[in-house]
Each structure stands twice: as structure tokens, then as C-alpha cells.
Design a protein around this ligand. Structure first.
Ligand SMILES: [Ca+2]
Length: 503
């Protein structure tokens, strides 16, 4: 098990990381988490990032997620300190809503779902299926996730606490458990205790070796999983579903992965396989955490701007509203559906942490994450420290909530009208969850290609001129053909990183 831990911590190469993950870090991976060396920081991180925080955040709006309408009682439901009124915006909706599936009509008889992410992951990986569950009448505040430092940490204690907490909050007798990649090993450690297994009605094993320790299990993999082969568990209690196109990341986030999850848990076909709009005010609940090791930023403030009301690419008026996060980096607010927001994340003392550009929110998201740079040297060395910075160009980090970036699967990401995704930086088996776009060779041109690759994180040479203020046009199309257009400020990378969270 130390091999697993060592590989994880020292992050020797992408190939090793992928090999490690393909093995699921297996039972050993979870065992590795119990090793004590280097666990101090991890333990602290785990406690701070505890699943309890997420459940706390969700419970902040228990009972009436959308009932407040547009009349401005928003602050009463907030977790974190809210300044301004998110309902008072003026921008037109950037999405079409043919109909509404309201949070308040959800079926609160369905079991809670608890998710454990994999390496370099967070709750983000399951946020799209969670919204699809919500689009089919599932109460999204019951879909929770435990987070941990995926480079050597363990969620064991927080996972146990979160399961108990969500059972108590909802009154349910059992949860359904999902583990992804490295998270399958952690799931198996949890389920190895019969008292824990008794609390789990179903286990969904997303690309890993955990057979659920007797719990009815769906093993979900793909012929395009790591190494272009399946990674299933097996047993009398295990039903295997093998998808065709999904990469290792998409197995947690794609439409067909959701359909398989729904069919297994509900015993029926989902009514909708695309995200349906929520009410005009939707709940945005989640955390501000660091990329990779999921450390909450306790004193963070998120300033929200409506992009379509801004005039200057860089000069900012007073924010439409601001949110100082609560303990554990948590927030829970209601914001307007369909608005293109810019989220400026800073410390309470004003120190700028970065700009985030999420796609316009279609419906509530209880697993929202705003990611900022990690100060963990191992994480930084494998990600943010790789990016070349300067006053005249941007560093832009892209994430897609439905899976990895895939040029071969119809994904398209255009920056200023020019396609960025290629077989080099968004290949069929690359499993890229964090695409770092920057002028790697500082020549003022975009060469694309691969400027660095480290398990699930990829750099590519994209020159985004920041010498003079201007708007950068972003056009994203996912494999379902859904297109999202964003407009972002060209912030110099010498000052901060900017990020896209693409639907
Ligand atoms: Ca270049």
C-alpha cells in the first residue's frame, strides 16, 4: 500500500499515475490512506474539507430551496455572509428554458446519494449527474460529496461522518454510495465494516476494483476507460455496465453514465437526459477550495458580476453581490438562473485569488466548486506552477463538468474564434480535467500541442493577449452538441489565473 501512497505523493509521471488509478489504488489505496507518514497536513485538510461542511451547506436551505421567489428574502437562506441582492440583476437570460423542473417539487422519499471523488477530483465530477438527477425530480440537496486531498489523503473519517449526517438530516434509513477511480478504494474501506455496509443500499463502482463487500453494486466502466480497456469489479452482487465512448472522467459525468446510474438506482428510465431549467432563482451551494487538494479557503470572498452589464473588460464597478464564505469555505445562496456571471475570488483583506467564469446556471447546483490555486508544493508542481506567466498574456484553466476534454468526441473549445482542442491536448485517452492554456514559449502565438502533462492535468500553448484590456470570446460545445458562449476579461497572468467551468 505504500507503493500506492508513494506514487501518489511523488507523482512520478502521468503513466504511473494512470496505472495507479487504473488499479483503483484498489483496496491498497484506501489502506494507504491509513499510513501515518505525511498525514498531518492531510488529516487537517480532511477535517476542514469534511463532508459535514457540505451537508451543513445543504441543510442551510432545507425545506424551501426556491420558495422565496424574486422578492428578496434570499439572505435568510444563505450560508456565508451576503452583501447585495442576487435577485436584483438586470441581464437577460443566456439560456432557453422551455420548461421548469422545480426543486420544490422534488421527491424527498428517495435515498440520499454520497459520492467520493478520485485523483485531482472534487464534487465537480459528479455535479452534472446530480443536476440530471434533479431534472428528474430527485432532491439535489440529498446528493452530497466528501472531499479530501487526493494526493495521499484519506476521506475515511469524513465519509463515515457524512453518511451519518445525511441520514440524520433526511431521515432516510440507507444511502446509495458512489466511488470514482481512487474513490472506489476508499468506498471499499468504508464498506469493509459491516456496520457501515448496512447503511448502504447500493454501491456504484465507477472505474475501480471495489465489488461492494456484498452490497448490491453497479460496476460502471467503458471500453475507452484507462488503457482503452474496462476496469470493472465483479461478483454475484455486481452488475456490470460497459459504455462505449466514455473516458475515465466521463464515466462519472456523462449523460449515459447518469442514465446507467438512474436505471440501476431507480429501476426505471429517466424522463430527461438533459439538464432541465430550475426556477428563476436557483440554489448555488458549495465551497471555495484549492485545486487538487481541496483545502477550503476560510476567509474567501466571492464577488459576483453580471458580465453582460459590464462595459470595461477590466474595470469593475461594485459587484452585483458579494459572498463571504462560512466556516469550511462553504456557501449557499440563491442566484438568478441563466445569467453569465463573473466570480472574482479574493481574501477578506482584498488579496486577489482569481477570476472564475461558470457557464450560466440552468438549475440548482449543490455541488458547486470555485477552485483557486493550491499552495501545496506537490499539487502546484504538477499543475499551476507549470504555467508560464507574464503581464501580457493570460493563463486560463478550463474544466468540463461532464468529463475530460475530448477533441475526438465532438468537444470544441474556441478562444477568440480559434479551436483549441486537439488530439495532443484533448485526446481520446488523455483524461484531462484541468486544461491549462497559456503562451508556453512566450512567442505571442498559439502552437497548441502539449506543453506539460501530469495525470489528469494538461498544458497547451494558447496565447491570449493581455497587453491591452479586451474581452476574450469563449465558445464551448460538448459532446451532446450543447453550446455555451462566455465573455471573459483578459486578466494578466502575472496577477492571477482565470478559470472556466464549462457545462
Ligand atoms: Ca506560443
Amino acid at each position: 500500500m505504500n507503493l500506492c501512497k508513494r506514487y501518489t505523493v511523488f507523482f512520478a509521471s502521468m503513466a504511473q499515475m494512470l496505472a495507479l488509478t487504473a488499479a483503483g489504488c484498489g483496496d491498497d489505496g484506501a489502506g494507504g490512506g491509513t499510513a501515518s507518514d505525511g498525514a498531518d497536513e492531510v488529516a487537517e485538510t480532511g477535517a476542514d474539507a469534511g463532508g459535514g461542511t457540505q451537508a451543513d451547506a445543504s441543510s442551510g436551505s432545507d425545506g424551501d430551496a426556491t420558495g422565496s421567489g424574486l422578492s428578496g428574502v434570499v439572505a435568510t437562506a444563505a450560508v456565508g455572509e451576503l452583501t447585495g441582492n442576487p435577485a436584483a440583476g438586470v441581464a437577460d437570460e443566456a439560456i432557453d428554458c422551455e420548461q421548469v423542473v422545480s426543486d420544490s417539487d422534488c421527491d424527498d422519499s428517495l435515498r440520499p446519494i454520497v459520492f467520493i471523488h478520485g485523483t485531482f477530483g472534487s464534487a465537480t465530477e459528479i455535479s452534472k449527474p446530480a443536476m440530471l438527477f434533479g431534472s428528474n425530480g430527485y432532491c439535489q440537496d440529498r446528493f452530497v460529496a466528501v472531499e479530501y486531498n487526493s494526493l495521499g489523503g484519506t476521506p475515511a473519517a469524513d465519509l463515515a461522518a457524512l453518511v451519518d449526517q445525511v441520514l440524520e438530516r433526511t431521515g432516510a434509513e440507507q444511502v446509495d454510495l458512489m466511488g470514482h477511480s481512487q474513490g472506489t478504494g476508499h468506498a471499499c474501506t468504508y464498506l469493509s465494516n459491516p456496520d457501515n455496509a448496512a447503511k448502504v443500499a447500493h454501491y456504484i463502482n465507477i472505474s475501480g476494483a471495489c465489488a461492494g463487500n456484498g452490497v448490491p453494486t453497479l460496476s460502471l466502466s467503458s471500453s475507452n476507460d484507462i488503457g482503452a480497456t474496462t476496469h470493472h469489479s465483479s461478483g454475484d452482487n455486481v452488475e456490470q455496465v460497459t459504455l462505449g465512448e466514455e473516458d475515465h472522467v466521463a464515466l462519472a459525468g456523462s449523460r449515459d453514465a447518469f442514465v446507467a446510474m438512474w436505471q440501476y438506482l431507480m429501476g426505471s428510465e429517466p424522463e430527461y437526459t438533459t439538464i432541465q431549467c430550475g426556477e428563476e432563482l436557483i440554489t448555488l451551494s458549495g465551497k471555495i477550495v484549492t485545486f487538487g487538494d481541496n483545502v477550503p479557503v476560510a476567509d474567501a470572498v466571492a464577488d459576483f458580476f453580471e458580465v453582460d452589464t459590464l462595459e470595461d473588460p477590466r474595470q469593475r464597478p461594485e459587484p452585483a453581490f458579494s459572498l463571504a464564505v462560512a466556516a469550511g469555505g462553504a456557501f449557499n445562496i440563491q442566484v438568478r438562473r441563466g445569467v453569465r456571471y463573473e466570480v472574482r475570488v479574493r481574501k477578506a483583506d482584498g488579496t486577489l485569488l482569481g477570476y472564475g467564469y461558470p457557464g450560466p446556471f440552468e438549475r440548482s447546483n449543490y455541488l458547486a466548486r470555485f477552485l483557486i490555486e493550491s499552495s501545496n508544493p506537490i499539487v502546484a508542481a504538477a499543475s499551476t506552477a507549470q504555467a508560464v506567466r507574464g503581464p501580457d498574456h493570460m493563463v486560463l484553466v478550463g474544466r468540463y463538468i461532464g468529463g475530460a476534454f475530448r477533441a475526438d468526441w465532438g468537444n470544441s473549445l474556441k478562444i477568440d474564434g480559434k479551436e483549441v482542442l486537439t488530439s495532443d491536448n484533448a485526446g481520446r485517452n488523455a483524461s484531462v480535467v484541468g486544461l491549462f492554456m497559456y503562451d508556453a514559449n512566450q512567442n505571442g502565438e498559439s502552437e497548441l500541442g502539449s506543453s506539460f502533462a501530469a495525470g489528469f492535468v494538461q498544458g497547451t500553448d494558447v496565447f491570449i493577449d493581455a497587453s491591452e484590456p479586451r474581452w476574450v470570446e469563449v465558445e464551448w460545445t460538448n459532446e451532446e452538441g450543447q453550446t455555451t458562449e462566455l465573455k471573459i476579461g483578459n486578466w494578466p497572468s502575472s496577477e492571477n489565473l482565470s478559470s472556466l467551468t464549462l457545462p
